[in-house]
Write a protein that binds this ligand. Structure first.
Ligand code: ADP
Length: 209
């Protein structure tokens, strides 16, 4: 099964992916996580994308497409995947068509006000990347990851100015993909508002699991 998770930043794509991978046995491929790992490791790619990510803008298509192409060629992708955060532009979607077919595109529908609340309260584990929210999904111990005890931090792009840029970027560059995939007949839209368990339930029902 080859799935794409589409939706604005903060729509819950990463959270639902984390829950769905266990059930579906598919790898979760998040371009944001791949870029953050490159930044953390200080690789040449990481140095190129650090500033772009912190401002809330998009990494250039060529770099992003090359990264995804390489990742999808690995063995664990043979049976399918969940792509989270890619494609984010029409040229990326066109490139993906040449790399691999897509079965279903799941569009998480969430209003802007909720997105802003989710992103401004989001915390992420510095070592494993697990996502929390100070009010909606707090860790057992403040500032500490439940899974591996890592430090929880606020992403640079979860600060107010970057959130605004990300929402604008989403509207201009990514939202047109909803129509694009809709015309191809592979789009499912689900309501992304509610607890992770509720949204996971809607997702499973939508894909017939
Ligand atoms: P979110 O979905 O919460 O906005 P991600 O973790 O998916 O965040 O992405 C973080 C950042 O990584 C983006 O704001 C962007 O700078 C970069 N990025 C991730 N995926 C892509 C992509 N497909 N194309 C261009 N840039 C990307």
């Amino acid at each position: 099964m080859k799935l794409i998770f589409l939706g604005p930043p903060g729509a819950g794509k990463g959270t639902i992916s984390d829950l769905a991978v266990d059930k579906l046995g598919l790898p979760h491929i998040s371009t944001g996580d791949l870029f953050r790992a490159a930044v953390k490791d200080g690789t040449p790619l990481g140095l190129k994308v650090k500033g772009i990510m912190a401002s809330g803008g998009l990494v250039p298509d060529e770099l992003t497409i090359a990264l995804v192409e390489e990742r999808l060629a690995r063995k664990d992708c043979a049976k399918g995947w969940i792509l989270d955060g890619f494609p984010r532009t029409i040229p990326q979607a066109e490139a993906l068509e040449k790399i691999a077919g897509v079965d279903t595109v799941v569009n998480f529908d969430v209003a802007d006000a909720i997105v802003v609340d989710r992103l401004s309260g989001r915390r992420m584990c510095r070592s494993c990347g697990k996502i929390y929210h100070v009010k909606n999904m707090p860790p057992r111990k403040e500032g500490v990851c439940d899974v591996d005890g890592g430090e929880l931090y606020i992403r640079d792009d979860d600060k107010e100015a970057a959130i605004k840029v990300r929402l604008e970027t989403y509207r201009k560059q990514t939202a047109p993909l909803i129509d694009w995939y809709g015309k191809k007949g592979s789009l499912l839209t689900i309501d992304g508002v509610g607890s992770p368990t509720e949204v996971l339930g809607r997702f499973e029902k939508a894909i017939g699991r």
